[in-house]
Design a protein around this ligand. Structure first.
Ligand code: NAI
Ligand code: 15L
Length: 269
């Protein structure tokens, strides 16, 4: 597909949104920013909630594509997840459909499959079609988002790349992250590939760097043209010295989702 020029970036005030605001313009994109939180130094940013359908409709009007990062990014109460991540993502897709936007990149998460046991050294990598096993209401909302994307492709021919992001931060901060980390530079490379690849229909990919300790298979991401440049291994010596290697008998270390599988459920639901 021709490279989109104007891209709506939802969640632009957040951690990943801030990183991508810095990196994506170098690929030639003009970003339109959207977040419920105001963005300092960005007077044109749209400050609105994903529940505001009118604001969403205006935000998507005229853009070539959308990168959808907005939402609650950790476990929360079901009510909050429902409003921001489930209804919010639906509202965005409806606005995009009404305004004729043809391509969305959806920030899914490893927590859609968080209860899956993590591979031990020598085990095969986790394939992209592994059954989903959300570890939280948060992970469940990402699972919903992937299904919503599939429905809008099948019913309306609206394309989505759902990126099951591992951990995208400046540096990995845990031994688990050595396996799932995506450097900001690789994050931008993957988003660019997802925006420009031909005929993606609805494609689900894992979002990680080319980590020595990788847990999942990046073949589908690579098939979009993604060529990761980074490897977390440069941080391994320090992190392992501080934290030790992962212990397979510790449930926080035994699953893809890490501590999300054992964190106490949020109350009230
Ligand atoms: P974040 O929590 O820093 O940013 C999320 C942004 O969404 C915030 O600026 C917040 O104000 C905005 N937001 C929340 N609810 C909203 C609503 N109802 N309407 C409008 N804006 C709303 O999260 P982060 O780390 O930047 O992640 C971005 C996206 O990527 C999230 O969807 C998250 O689930 C996903 N993701 C991130 C990972 C990471 O490593 N950073 C890993 C896996 C998934
Ligand atoms: C996520 O989905 C979260 O949004 C992010 O804050 C990290 O916790 C990441 O997963 C992770 O699994 O490390």
């Amino acid at each position: 597909m021709p490279a989109p020029r104007t891209v709506l970036l939802t969640g632009a005030a957040g951690g990943l949104g801030t990183l991508m605001r810095g990196l994506l313009p170098a690929y030639g994109y003009e970003l339109r920013l959207f977040d419920v939180a105001p963005i300092e130094g960005a007077p044109d940013a749209i400050t609105a909630d994903l529940g505001d359908k009118e604001a969403l409709r205006e935000a998507v009007r005229g853009v070539d594509a959308i990168i959808h990062l907005a939402g609650i990014s950790l476990e929360s109460s079901f009510d909050k997840i429902l409003r921001a991540n489930i209804e919010g993502t639906y509202n965005l897709y409806e606005a995009a459909l009404e305004e004729g936007v043809r391509r969305i990149v959806f920030a899914s998460s490893n927590h859609a499959i968080g209860y899956h046991p993590r591979p031990l050294p020598g085990d095969p990598l986790i394939p992209i079609d592994t059954p989903r096993r959300p570890d939280t209401f948060y992970g469940l909302s990402k699972s919903f988002g992937e299904d919503l994307a599939q429905l809008y492709w099948d019913k309306h021919a609206m394309e989505t790349v759902s990126v099951r992001i591992g951990s995208c931060f400046m540096e990995p901060t845990s031994v688990r992250m050595l396996s799932v980390w995506m450097s900001p530079g690789d994050g931008a490379r993957l988003l660019h590939a997802a925006l420009t690849a031909e005929e993606v229909g609805h494609t689900v990919v894992y979002g990680s760097s080319d980590n020595t300790r990788l847990w999942w298979d990046l073949t589908t991401a690579r098939s979009l043209g993604y060529e990761p440049q980074d490897d977390s291994e440069q941080y391994a010596e320090k992190l392992v010295a501080e934290q030790g290697e992962l212990d397979p008998d510790n449930p926080d270390h035994a699953h893809l989702g890490g501590h999300f599988v054992t964190d106490p459920p949020v109350w009230p639901y």
